[in-house]
Design a binder for this molecule. Sequence first.
Ligand code: HEC
Length: 115
Amino acid sequence: MKNKNTLTLALFSVTIGASAFFFGTSVSKASNIDGMKLYLQHCKTCHGVDGNPTDLGEGLGARKFADAEWQAKTSDERIIEQINEGTPEMMMPFKEKLTPEEVKALVPVVRGFKK
Ligand code: HEC
């Protein structure tokens, strides 16, 4: 009987430990969004894998993200606003598709294309 109690206690501790482990990983995942993955998923059809617009993007009027002058005059807020709101008939808004954290995570990706 005593042994059985010990086993129950041991199983209980393992369960608690496992939940803490899973909870821990899901929390760290939420604050560690892969911006490049989101970019490749949602943006590359128009803006290209390297920030150079595809034929589709260019046809719609997208610029090169490598353009240092554009990078310098464009604020992070402007990039966030563009992703959230889009431009009618040119780029769709993403505020319904992406969380504010995901939109924020895309800013360094766009910045990273600067030459
Ligand atoms: C359907 C094609 C398309 C997709 C998909 C798309 N864009 Fe755009 N994007 C455009 C076009 C076209 C413009 C130019 C719009 C303009 O000049 O107002 C643009 C402009 C921008 C700009 C520049 C805004 C400025 O102030 O000059 C940024 C930054 C941007 N897009 C980021 C993104 C990100 C990040 C994604 C993915 C979440 C994305 N875009 C998805 C077509 C697209």
